[in-house]
Design a protein around this ligand. Sequence first.
Ligand code: IMP
Length: 215
Amino acid sequence: MKIVLATHNRHKVEEIRHILSDLPVELLSLDNFPEIGEIIEDGDTLEENARKKARTVYDLIQKYPPMAEKGKSQNILSLADDTGLEVDALGGRPGVYSARYSGENATYRENNEKLLGELGDTPLEKRTARFRCVISIIGNGVDEVAVGEVPGRILSRERGSNGFGYDPLFLPDGFDISYAEMETALKNKLSHRARALEEAKKILKRLSAQKTSSD
Ligand code: IMP
C-alpha cells in the first residue's frame, strides 16, 4: 500500500514517517509530485480542511501516469492533517484560523502577541485550551478521520525556545513546562499530532489487513 502525505513540510513528513515506520506501507509526499502546489485551506473546520487537502491530492494523483495505470491507483491512500489551538475563554479561537490569527502571512510571534493581548489578565485557571489535530485519509472507497487532542493552558508570557508556533505559550496538562521547554523527542511523543497519528495508524492497519485479505 502506498500513502501520499498531502504536505510539502519536511518536518511533518519525518514525524509521520517515524510514527508509521512499523507499518508495511510506502510513504510518498508532495515532493514526489512537484506539479501539485499549495492547497487553499478555506474550510470552516479543521476536519473540512484536512478532508479537502486529502481529497484534492487523491484526485490529482490519479492523473499521474505511473499511478493512473489501471488498478494501480486502487492501492493508494492520501493522508492530510490540519491543526488548531482552541482557547475556551475566546470561544474556541483561533481554532481553524491558528496559522493566520493576526492576519494573512502572520508570523508566529505576531500570533502569540495577539493571543496574549486577547487573553489580557485572565487568570491561569481560566486560560484552558487544547491543541486539536485532525487527520483525513482518503482512498478508493475510503474516507476516514482520526483526531488527536492535548488539553492544557495558555501561559501569560512565552516560555522556552524549542518548537514553533504557539509552543512557548502552551502548558500541557500534567506538565510544568511549556511545549517549547520540552526536548523535541518528548513533545513529538505526547503531541496532538502524535496522538492523531496513533489513531490514523490503527485505521491504516485495519485498511491494510482488509486489502491483504481481499487480494
Ligand atoms: P498546521 O495545520 O499544522 O499547518 O497548523 C496550523 C497552525 O497551528 C500553525 O501555523 C501553528 O501556528 C499552529 N500549530 C500547529 N501545530 C503546532 C504545534 O505543534 N505547536 C505550536 N503551534 C502549532
